[in-house]
Write a protein of this length. Sequence first.
Length: 397
Amino acid sequence: MVASILNRTRNALLYASVPLLSLAAALAVGSLLLVALKADIGAALTALITGAFGTQNATAETLVKAIPMLFVAIGICVAFRASVTNIGGEGQMIAGALAGVTAALALNGAPGIVIIGGSLVAGFLAGALYGGLAGFLKAAFNVNEILSTIMLNQIAVQIMNFLLNGPLLDPAVAGSNNIPKTARIAAEAQLPRLAFPLPDGTMLFERTRLHFGLIIAIALAALIFVLLWRTPLGFRIRAVGYNERAARYAGINVRRQVILAMFIAGGCAGLAGVVQVLGLQYRLQTDGSATGFTGNAGFNGIVAALFGGLNPFGAIPASIFFGGLLVGAQNMQRDLGIPASLITALNGIIVMFVVGGQYFQRRRIGRQKQPTESGSASAEPRTPAATSTATAVKQEA
């Protein structure tokens, strides 16, 4: 009994240490890249940290950058828990933004809470349907979700370009050479700014761009955590991710769970898009590419989700961390001339180490379980479904 508890504790600590060890390894590689660029490592790290958290405004900008990333990361946690690889966050963000801004403009004149609520619902449903389409293609026709979501990203960009150059084009700029954009949403439809009172009577984050989308994202993280770990639906989604064949043997409709997982993931990404419009940009505009609107949040959200251990609560500090890297990189480039694209490379390196660390961790845990399972096989035969369920319960305990 004691040995089993110690073994489980050791495995839990090993699992928790994977992101930290991956970060340390990635920073070591990043330091080598700085040396190759003939940059002062100490000065670069100082500029990075100061740019991300050195002032109230810098911290607020880090949180603003983290908000859409967090929405996408929460959705990625759902999809990846069902063993569905969702690379379509960019397209789902665009779908949500298009639907959300259309709802906000259509509801112009209504009370603010009605406009905001209607826009959020429209953005969630648009993103969910767009993500659910990829899930349906995988479930019904076994279409690889990586390929389908990447292609759907490009389709979403072209739809955005068409609508912003036509039906949704701001009448004030029609016929001019300005950047295609929608009309500005009403002030009542804009998410309020966030500020927190301090003991000395001043306000934290006063006159910054930090908006109420942060509260919505944290509330969504709590909701999705409860969904995944406290509801039968969440258990079925995770069971499919643990072992699809065993889940099917146990009577779980695997196809339905795949579609639902992508539906929820797409909805979370759709919220990222509509919140960007309601809380920050107040209109949807494009330079013809996805990143002109999303800022790569659809892809960076995958990094944050993996670094957060595919746990919605873990995605919160992970998104803030990567938001800080992106904001600090701009300061590092301004002060020292170090390319901000170095952080993009660092993100990829972190993913490589996190995924690699988890792979070797699973292999290590599997080797530990082998003697026990083989020793007890003759005493109590198990069906595949029972074995999978027992494994899932042990991992969740």
